[in-house]
Design a protein around this ligand. Structure first.
Ligand SMILES: Cc1ncc(COP(=O)(O)O)c(C=O)c1O
Length: 408
């Protein structure tokens, strides 16, 4: 972070304090995972209680069953579930499960969408106009050292363009194990998927015999039944993480028993072995149970309400200060774009140098006004935020849009 990184000293509710004693309203919330804010008493109590009983065992505990059942009760598409230590691992295991089930090598993912650090999941994460291809997206490596074969086996599809995506899926259909999609991909702009888009992916995957993997590592925080409940989509596999660990490292892959069967070790070596020293550790599980128990329908109503209030307020600021821009997102998540383009996918969200400078000024001004947001303009709201906190966030955003308007 420029001009220097802020080191966190402690947090409480929706606030954090840095090592210099500065206080901020936290709109990063550990990149969306802290939906209950910091040091939520029930979550802390659940974790501390478990600390005294043991932090990790080389055998199952009751806590993983309780958390898995809680998740399955909310997500009808999830009949079986396995825990991992991160969202990255959850996505990796989902992709491997799709390959193991179908016996096919390729996966398709959306241009600009982030799914963690598995080589296959990070293809075309930060492609640019110089290398992303004219119309059909070209698969571009994200990290140096990505094996060339990864680019052969990952097909990049455009987000929110059903026709183009379906045509690519059909073209690679016979070799395609899965289509991986986040219904509101943050790095690709945080624009919600159009309903038709997800429906088209669902239909096309069924048609070619590939699995549809819904990445809800972030999007599960959008609704009581996750994003799949909101969008009315029935995925084959779902990946989870972030909020389901109650503030501790976590991930999970779940789905229909038919597809999860590749993990089944009950008759010897499974088709797809899956281990993990700290997977399903009971501290994470207990904190996760406490987190989910507090995430009832009323909690989501409140999150929707404050998210919409901040988006509406920022969108009014754009008109008021005469600078092009929009606040997009859904529920408790939002992202600001300093553009007059209609933002619907990675390419339309791709910021030019002026837009990047304006965003930088916006985020820096927020910081000066005691509100910390991600450098990309992502803001994640949390349940401990009161109406007074939301007013403070709105005032900081107004100052931020005003300051950005003067940037040329
Ligand atoms: C949609 C999505 N999938 C996967 C991941 C990876 O999760 P983790 O950081 O827990 O590895 C992230 C992380 O931000 C994410 O946003």
């Amino acid at each position: 972070m420029k001009p220097f990184p802020i080191y966190a000293a402690r947090g409480s509710g929706c606030r954090i304090w840095d090592v210099d004693g500065n206080e901020f309203i936290d709109c990063i919330n550990n990149f969306t995972s802290l939906i209950h804010g910091h040091v939520q008493p029930s979550l802390t109590e659940a974790a501390v209680k478990q600390l005294a009983l043991g932090t990790a065992f080389g055998m199952p505990t009751e806590s993983e069953i309780i958390l898995a059942e809680l998740l399955a009760s909310r997500l009808p598409s999830v009949e079986q579930l396995r825990f991992t230590n991160s969202g990255t691992e959850a996505v990796m295991m989902a992709l491997k499960a799709a390959r193991a089930h179908t016996g096919r090598p390729k996966i398709a993912k959306c241009e600009g969408a982030y799914h963690g650090s598995y080589d296959y999941a990070e293809v075309s994460l930060d492609s640019s106009p110089s290398d992303w291809g004219a119309n059909t997206p070209v698969s571009v490596p994200y990290a140096k050292g990505t094996p060339a074969n990864v680019l052969v086996d990952v097909v990049t599809i455009p987000f929110n363009d059903p026709e183009a995506a379906v045509s690519i899926i059909r073209e690679h259909g016979a070799e395609l194990a899965a289509v991986l999609v986040d219904p509101m991909p943050n790095r690709a702009g945080l624009v919600p998927a159009e309903k038709d888009y997800l429906a088209a992916l669902r239909k096309a995957t069924q048609e070619v015999g590939a699995l549809l993997i819904l990445d809800e590592v972030i999007a599960f925080r959008l609704g009581f039944r996750g994003a799949q409940g909101l969008w009315g989509i029935d995925p084959d596999l779902t990946t989870l993480g972030k909020v389901i660990g109650g503030g501790f490292p976590v991930g999970a892959v779940g789905g229909k028993a038919e597809f999860m069967a590749v993990f089944d070790p009950s008759s010897g070596k499974p088709l797809l072995p899956h281990g993990g020293t700290f997977s399903a550790n009971p501290v994470t599980m207990r904190a996760g149970i406490a987190a989910l128990e507090l995430l009832d329908e009323a909690a989501f109503e409140r999150l929707d309400q404050i998210g919409q209030a901040v988006r509406d307020s920022i969108n009014t600021n754009f008109e008021e200060f005469g600078v092009p821009g929009c606040a997009v997102g859904r529920g408790s998540l939002l992202r600001v774009h300093f553009t007059d383009r209609h933002v619907r996918d990675y390419r339309s969200a791709y910021a030019n140098p002026l837009e990047t400078r304006r965003l930088g000024r916006f985020v820096a001004t927020l910081l000066d006004h005691g509100v910390i947001a991600a450098s990309t303009g992502l803001m994640a709201l949390s349940l401990p935020m009161t109406d007074v906190d939301i007013d403070a966030i709105n005032s900081a955003c107004a100052a931020g849009v005003k300051a950005a308007a003067s940037v040329s």
